[in-house]
Design a protein around this ligand. Structure first.
Ligand code: 9YT
Length: 131
């Protein structure tokens, strides 16, 4: 069994940040679960375009308000506590945080922890990250 506390992990290298978001990786590829599990906070007023071409991702809103636009269909959906979206088509999307958005996210295949967002908004596939 793996038991971890967000409040302890947020001060370790499992917390990854840039100016607009921070993400605590509760589970990563080397935990062997077949998915990674993240608590991601997108800061109020920020906007993000992501395109996880090599991963499926589902995201559940714990707190905050914002929106997500599917950049293929042009549809926009409100994000509020209780709402989940799943990027089952590797959907390119823009997220907007009207307030700090706290999201629980799962990635399949799991993120290794070494990824950085590439210019196209994707993370490289895990086999491209081998040392
Ligand atoms: C909300 C969202 O897309 N989170 C992605 C995970 C985060 N960028 C991370 O942990 O890398």
């Amino acid at each position: 069994m793996i038991v971890r506390d967000f409040h302890k992990l947020k001060d370790t290298n499992r917390a990854v940040s840039d100016a607009q978001w921070t993400s605590v990786r509760m589970l990563l590829a080397d935990d062997g679960m077949g998915f990674s599990f993240h608590i991601t906070t997108l800061y109020a007023g920020s906007e993000h375009t992501f395109h996880y071409k090599h991963h499926f991702e589902s995201v559940y809103c714990i707190s905050g308000r914002g929106s997500i636009t599917d950049l293929t269909s042009g549809e926009t959906f409100e994000i509020r506590p209780g709402v989940m979206y799943a990027l089952d088509q590797h959907d390119k999307h823009t997220l907007r945080a009207d307030e700090d958005l706290v999201m629980a996210c799962c990635f399949n295949p799991p993120v290794t922890g070494k990824e950085v967002h590439r210019e196209d908004g994707s993370y490289a596939p895990a086999d491209a990250l081998a040392d």
